[in-house]
Design a protein around this ligand. Sequence first.
Ligand code: C5P
Length: 416
Amino acid sequence: MRPAPGASPLAGRRVLLIVGGGIAAVKAPDLIRRLRERGASVRCVLTRAGHEFTTPLALSSLSEDRVFTDLFDLTDESEMGHIQLSRQADIVLVAPATASLMGRMASGQAPDLAATLLLATDKPVMIAPAMNVRMWLHPATQRNLATLRGDGVLVVGPNEGDMACGEFGPGRMAEPLEIIAALEAHFGPRPLQGLRALVTSGPTHEPIDPVRYIANRSSGKQGHAIAAALAQAGAEVVLVSGPTHQPDPAGVAVVRVETARQMLAACEAALPADIAICAAAVADWRVAKEAGEKLKKERESGPPSMTFAENPDILATLSSLKQGRPGLVIGFAAETEKVVEHAIAKRKRKGCDWIVANDVSPATGTFGGDNNSVTLISDSAPESWPPLSKTEVAERLVQRIAANIAGPAVRKGETA
Ligand code: C5P
């Protein structure tokens, strides 16, 4: 339903709030109060561990509804099955989301009511993680977080600060008002609604013979994160991906390719698009003549030599389209030195509108890593962003795109 003008986008929304077991559960009553102030209805599920920090009575008094616990109770099951409970809401909010609950979600385990609801729901899920800093930074939690993001789970926080356990760092649950802001952004108008976006991601594999190929170190993390962020902003997204281990982003149409030529063909097939973002690390060259059979080691002529042919440049091709050029074409420039200088030259050479320049020298750990330090090159002055996670770079880039689209530059139907 649409809220009345001026009302919070949460007005009339039904929130199923799962309260996990952490000290941040004490913020749940405040969160419920603020949700209800904005016209949302809240139904609570309290995990067994959550009982240690808040009470069903506190939650039911504020939500003015009964509270479901993780103690399976036949009455609940006969009156309202877990499937129904998980789907009656417009969103499932997990606050606080503990490391353990995130682990259950990421691995699809359903040993209790909260995890069962999360597995059964067909509604968007948002989590507000809260845990000790070491637990948050542990590779297992970060792995689970990446899996959950890949599954389309929305994440708010955690914040950095002093923790109840006496340590300092990331792990504090986002404040109730920050959670509200994230929910309002989710239910509010989506800035890229009605626009079509094309994203390339990952490396390409260029065959030498039927079993060998030339590749590069691109993981696809940045391109996939951009596709996910565009979809969350309401765009219809086609992601043309080279071989990667990244999960398909939720709500995105994924076309898998291997070679640069296949990638170009898939991009052309995905047109028209309003926005094109070429984040793939496309091989510049391919082996001119792929061997039909596996090259044998035992060759009289010794090790083979290879002749290369130039691959098509997808970014330059899309940028120079006479007809149907996407209104905003964005490329990446992975450089190991003179990053900004090379990127400015590349923007000109390729004919794209923006270049996201990043330093991929080995010391930065950008290739395959989770973080990225980028400079945005447009027709204004270069803009250096602080070091951010690849997800944050994607979100910020999408915000910039949305701001640009709101201006005169690109609008569906107005593309050249
Ligand atoms: O020329 P270079 O590879 O450094 O340019 C990087 C940018 O060009 C990236 O946006 C990349 O996706 C794109 N590119 C492309 N097709 C190629 C080579 C690069 O789309 N064959």
